[in-house]
Design a protein around this ligand. Structure first.
Ligand code: SF4
Length: 109
């Protein structure tokens, strides 16, 4: 479970040690601290700070999981289904078992 207070504490440590006088970092940290802002905006500020510190403070905003590699189209620009592709990815036409996809969803949502 994400711990906002812990992430904020780490952001404060990193700011103090690496960028104590940087106005942009200070502004992001102020947004992360502002409990009047929606949680999503505070975590977005922490996500940016994590990227600047090269140390993730917040998990990804979006996770995209392709559970199926099958497609019934043949778009010419497709890297995997175009009729002009000779070396197809090995996962083409494979499907993730439903139970595995459901386990991943339950574990990470
Ligand atoms: S780009 Fe590829 S995967 Fe997407 S619809 Fe076209 S053929 Fe299917």
């Amino acid at each position: 479970m994400f711990d906002l207070a812990r992430a904020l504490s780490r952001a404060e440590e990193l700011t103090a040690s690496r960028f104590p006088d940087h106005p942009g970092i200070a502004a992001l940290l102020a947004r992360a601290r502002d409990d009047g802002l929606p949680h999503t905006q505070r975590t977005a500020a922490l996500r940016l700070l994590g990227a600047l510190f090269d140390e993730p403070l917040v998990g990804p905003q979006i996770v995209h999981l392709d559970i199926i590699g099958v497609c019934n189209a043949n778009c010419v620009y497709c890297r995997d289904h175009s009729p002009y592709v000779n070396d197809r990815e090995p996962w083409r036409n494979r499907e993730m078992p439903y139970e595995l996809a459901a386990q991943i969803g339950r574990a990470h949502v």
